[in-house]
Design a protein around this ligand. Structure first.
Ligand SMILES: C[S@@+](CC[C@H](N)C(=O)[O-])C[C@H]1O[C@@H](n2cnc3c(N)ncnc32)[C@H](O)[C@@H]1O
Length: 185
């Protein structure tokens, strides 16, 4: 049972799905890498449940299954709260404070799971995607938050997904709560 002692979070069916898929696709003898833009920061339960608390489940997974999580946020207070939320898993987490469009340039490792969850701005997600795309490989799994439904044509993944499809053939799966998962066959 891969997730039996996973910490509570929102959107967890989706997070478990991408983590399981990513883990099944690891081919190399190295620590897997999860990278997210947008750190979990809200300690009010209704808010964090809606946001997801991605950093907590990703950090837990990295610790349990021998990986590393990079989490990027441009708000230093959010990083500080994120550190408290993920205290138990901190040995497996790199907390990076700064604008994603600057700090992503410093990521020079292959990315196995990418979660785009910074501002609700398709142009920002597109820019992030263009920077980090060279670090993707054929088994990378990508998740975008807030892409479908009410967010259609202005959601986070709207432009970045188009860009990814121009680069290569990606399968796209629409997940509950308007998230989009992409992977290559
Ligand atoms: C929706 S929240 C992240 C939620 C978190 N992934 C979770 O599941 O709980 C979005 C975060 O993106 C951060 N953010 C917004 N614009 C950013 C940028 N340009 N670079 C880095 N972080 C950014 C915000 O400070 C905020 O903390």
């Amino acid at each position: 049972m891969m997730f039996e002692d996973a910490p509570e979070c929102g959107r967890d069916d989706n997070f478990k799905k991408v983590l399981e898929l990513m883990y099944s696709r690891i081919r190399e003898d190295r620590k897997f890498v999860i990278l997210e833009t947008g750190t979990a920061f809200d300690t009010c339960k209704s808010a964090w449940y809606n946001d997801g608390y991605s950093t907590r489940i990703f950090g837990w997974f990295a610790q349990k299954y021998n990986g590393i999580l990079y989490t990027i946020d441009n708000n230093p207070q959010h990083i500080e709260t994120g550190k408290k939320i993920t205290e138990k898993y901190k040995s497996c987490i790199n907390y990076i404070t700064g604008d994603s469009t600057k700090t992503l340039h410093n990521i020079s490792v292959l990315v196995d799971l990418m979660y785009f969850d910074s501002a609700m701005n398709p142009d920002l997600a597109l820019e992030e995607c263009k920077i980090i795309y060279p670090m993707f490989h054929k088994n990378t799994v990508v998740l975008f938050d807030d892409t479908y439904g009410v967010h259609k044509n202005k959601g986070k993944g709207y432009k970045a997904i188009k860009y990814m499809l121009e680069q290569s053939k990606w399968e796209i799966e629409r997940l509950p709560v308007n998230q989009a998962m992409l992977y290559q066959n």
